[in-house]
Design a protein around this ligand. Structure first.
Ligand code: UD1
Ligand code: UDP
Length: 379
């Protein structure tokens, strides 16, 4: 009898990071691998499913325009009822810290289905930042039986919290995903045109709920100022489909010729854009892991980060959300070669590309199908 594993995810970053794992599970004799999408994101999720050629066995299709946290949570829990009744999985996997993650895990708990948490143990220990992600991942830590932590520090957080179950240090699956997406010959029309004209291109993304309003306005005003004072600098910003974000970006950045507001790009384009940019400015979690692996400096547009490893390695700086500091750090990277060179180094504190193998091995071990526990990822 095969162990039936259902991966439940719904947003772009979860899909990108679960894709290589779903494939690894499907390739193993011991497992039947099922995908259940909540559809918390629609277009951005479908784009990832297409790129990685993943098949959805169930799709709750919950997304609504300007959805609230309550609507995502309740629609997911109710939708999962029917799915669990029909599929009867032996284990569900959730990823990270979105509302899909939390609601999917809670729904599984109500059915006494064991939960594996991928990307477990990241913490800021500030309940409201990132909001609601810090509480989503903390609560899932209490619900899960198997905890797959990317780094040693993440695992240490879970040990301190005395979570029940088994903790494995696996590396982050995003580094596995990047093995197939980054290619020197990947065609990128806008980026290649700009760099061939000698432009230095900053890749920008910004979407977090706690940055809505004044912080996001400060960030965008700072980016505009940096561009205005550097004639050879251009910005490519694939703008998240959230109406709140799109409105703010259009208002503060829409008029500036050298700031290119484009629609979200698919994950292959995104990884290759980062690989060819000068540096990255972002409040995204995923980009903080990907850009260092590509040797690109990152300014994090947030007050804290649950990913301190690349900050310690020197590739990432926490810029905050205040105008003056963002301008200062952006200018330093553009004007002072020694500052740039100190940050532009490829570091891989988040994984070695074998996270999915370790996770699949750990699940086999948990179900008594393998003798040895997988070795931990050590950077
Ligand atoms: C969600 C996650 C956040 C994660 C982010 C990744 C929660 C609470 N937040 O935030 O942790 O960092 O995804 O991007 O789980 N929309 C579309 N099409 C899409 C996707 C979104 O139109 O394909 C629009 C919809 O109007 C939707 C809005 O964006 O209501 C916001 O989406 P939502 O998932 O609620 O929040 P995110 O900011 O994307
Ligand atoms: N990404 C993408 N297209 C875009 C912007 C981002 O494919 O236009 C990818 C990015 O490379 C990373 C993930 O989406 O893998 C990050 O998603 P996001 O920033 O939305 O969420 P977070 O990581 O902050 O939860």
């Amino acid at each position: 009898m095969k162990i039936k594993i259902m991966s439940v995810f719904g947003t772009r970053p979860e899909a990108i990071k679960m894709a290589p794992l779903v494939k690894e599970l499907a390739a193993r004799e011991n497992f039947e691998s099922l995908c259940c999408l909540t559809g918390q994101h629609r277009e951005m999720l479908d784009s990832v499913m297409e790129i990685f050629r993943l098949k959805a066995h169930f799709d709750l299709n919950i997304m609504q325009k300007q959805q609230t946290l309550s609507s995502i949570t309740t629609r997911t829990i109710l939708g999962m009822e029917e799915v669990f009744k029909e599929a009867k999985p032996d284990l569900i996997l959730v990823h990270g810290d979105t509302s899909t993650t939390f609601a999917g895990a809670l729904a599984a708990f109500y059915h006494k289905i064991p939960i594996g948490h991928v990307e477990a143990g990241l913490r800021t220990y500030d309940k409201y930042s990132p909001f609601p992600e810090e509480m989503n991942r903390t609560l899932v830590g209490d619900l899960a039986t198997l905890h797959f932590s990317p780094t040693m520090a993440n695992a240490e957080n879970l040990r301190k919290e005395a979570v029940q179950g088994e903790i494995f240090i696996t590396g982050n699956t995003v580094i596995d995903a990047m093995k197939t997406t980054v290619r020197a010959d990947y065609p990128l029309e806008l980026m290649d045109r700009l760099t061939s004209q000698g432009r230095r291109v900053i890749v920008l993304t910004c979407h977090r709920r706690e940055n809505y309003g004044e912080p996001m306005e400060n960030i965008f005003r700072a980016v505009r100022q940096i561009v205005k004072t550097h004639e050879d600098v251009e910005v490519i910003y694939p703008v998240h489909l959230s109406p709140t974000v799109r409105e703010c970006a259009a208002k503060f950045l829409g008029e500036e010729q050298r700031i290119h507001l484009i629609d979200p790009v698919d994950v292959e384009q995104m990884h290759n854009l980062m690989a060819r940019c000068f540096f990255v400015m972002t409040d995204s979690g995923g980009l903080q892991e990907e850009a260092p692996a590509l040797g690109k400096p990152v300014l994090v547009l947030r007050k804290e980060t649950e990913r301190p490893e690349a900050v310690h390695a020197g590739t990432v700086k926490l810029a905050g959300v205040a105008y003056d500091e963002i301008v200062r750090l952006g200018n330093a990277l553009l004007d002072d070669q020694s500052v740039y060179e100190a940050m532009a180094k490829a570091v891989n504190p988040y994984g070695d590309g074998n996270a999915c193998r370790r996770i699949a091995d750990a699940i086999e071990w948990h179900f008594g199908l393998r003798k040895d526990r997988p070795e931990n990822f050590l950077p």
